[in-house]
Design a protein around this ligand. Structure first.
Ligand SMILES: [Zn+2]
Ligand SMILES: [Zn+2]
Ligand SMILES: [Zn+2]
Length: 441
């Protein structure tokens, strides 16, 4: 007996999103049957289910993800109670299911060239060029904006003394105040134990490690403030999509042979994180750190920040979510990939707030359409784009452009003569044997 309650469009969408997330490959009739059994009081026709599934973009991904069984996909989770309205009213978060995770869709028509939102980073992990300017006191140690040396507003790090120097300088008092959420733990004067960690990240040009140092500092300092701040920061940090470095490296070995991966470097990075924020090896530095961190972290968060395995996962999480100029942005991190993206990200406020991003529509975006950026250089040809995405742990991209180019490629191969095909087969065979002989497969 079907139920009698007619759910609203939103209720139905929500229920179907959840079911789709748990059952990524079910066809619509089966999904409908599942809906009837999980919501026995509802009266919903299969036709209505189909309509909502299609309009909400919950249809099964096109076949062709043959690598899906092997490739690790990033895991992401939707942030509960995220107040998007503080950035924009034009988009909403949608859960596309287990494999694809979360994404952003337009709630209204967005015109070509429109600014969709502006966003300041949750954590800044600047590019090395800017990082070096900061370390020379020539860019703000908080917001990264290059300093106008003549400005009277500039303030030095108050903890810098001739005995223990910090090169940090800030645009203004405001930036200094804001920097209280991270700087104390990364300041070479206030927490000297952080210096070897940052120097190591710098020497390897390891952006993810630098960003993780910033995140760790931010979370530890949030804990010193109060529970609410910690809860909020932890919720944001743990919702960034993640992929463990081990997963990523395993895939790297399978996708692009010969890529170096360096366990020793991960071990060292982990040890330096522990030294910087938990157990400085020098007694004097231990005392300095204890002055900043008076309250211990809750055990579960402590484990998820300082365990070796957790560190690898967190590094993977940084790599996946860093904006191309460095920095982690809450809303921006929701954007999925397309090789023909419909939005672009710019740093327009170069003089006042360099780290602030502006997200702009590259074309008209209709209500219900997903907003996308490109994770790889879109100028690259199809095989190279796929390889890059594979390196990052993403499955085979099946965006419209990829499908079109794939078809063209197949047609071209179809036009080859018998002789050309045989030559190509022999070449492929030889390449395979060579690889095997070198032990790179
Ligand atoms: Zn500043
Ligand atoms: Zn300082
Ligand atoms: Zn694509």
């Amino acid at each position: 007996m079907p139920g009698t309650t007619v759910p609203t469009e939103d209720e139905l969408k929500e229920a179907l999103s959840t079911l789709r997330a748990e059952n990524p490959t079910l066809g619509i009739p089966k999904l409908h049957a599942l809906l009837s059994s999980t919501h026995p009081d509802w009266s919903v026709s299969e036709k209505r289910t189909r309509k909502v599934v299609q309009s909400a973009g919950l249809t099964v991904a096109p076949p062709g993800g043959s690598s899906a069984s092997r490739t690790a996909y990033p895991k992401s989770s939707v942030i509960k109670d995220l107040d998007i309205a503080k950035w924009t009213t034009k988009v909403e978060v949608r859960n596309f299911g287990k494999e694809k995770g979360k994404g952003l869709v337009a709630k209204e028509e967005i015109g070509e060239g429109d600014v969709i939102w502006k966003e300041d980073p949750w954590v800044i992990g600047p590019e090395w060029e800017i990082y070096d300017l900061q370390r020379n006191g020539r860019a703000c140690a908080f917001c990264t904006t290059p300093l106008n040396i003549d400005s009277r507003l500039i303030v030095n790090c108050p903890d810098s003394t001739s005995a223990s120097f910090c090169p940090g300088r800030f645009c203004s008092r405001l930036c200094l105040q804001r920097s209280a959420v991270v700087h104390p733990l990364l300041c070479p004067s206030k927490n000297p134990a952080s210096a070897p960690l940052l120097a190591f990240a710098r020497s390897y040009q390891w952006m993810a490690l630098q960003a993780l140092a910033h995140c760790t500092a931010k979370i530890l300092l949030a804990n010193q403030q109060d529970e609410k701040v910690l809860e909020n920061d932890w919720k944001l940090f743990s919702s960034f999509a993640e992929l463990g470095m081990e997963d990523r490296m395993r895939d790297l070995r399978e996708t692009s042979a010969g890529e170096e991966f360096d366990k020793a470097a991960w071990k060292k990075a982990h040890q330096l994180i522990v030294h910087a924020f938990k157990e400085p090896p020098l007694e004097a530095n231990k005392k300095k750190l204890a002055k900043i961190l008076k309250k211990p972290l809750p055990d579960d968060i402590d484990t998820k920040l300082f365990d070796y395995d957790a560190t690898l996962h967190n590094l993977g999480r940084m790599s996946l979510n860093l904006e191309s100029h460095g920095g982690l942005y809450t809303l921006h991190s929701h954007l999925n990939h397309s090789c023909a993206p419909n939005v672009s990200v710019r740093h327009l406020d170069q003089r006042s707030a360099l780290a602030r991003i502006t997200v702009i529509a590259r074309q008209t975006i209709l209500p219900g359409q997903e907003l996308t950026i490109s994770y790889v250089n879109p100028e690259l040809p199809l095989p190279a784009r796929r390889r890059r995405l594979g390196d990052w742990g993403f499955g085979k991209c099946t965006c419209e452009r990829c499908l079109k180019e794939e078809k063209e490629l197949q047609e071209k191969e179809g036009e080859m003569t018998e002789k050309e095909r045989e030559e190509k087969r022999q070449e492929d065979e030889l390449a395979k044997e060579l690889k095997e002989g070198l032990g790179v497969v």
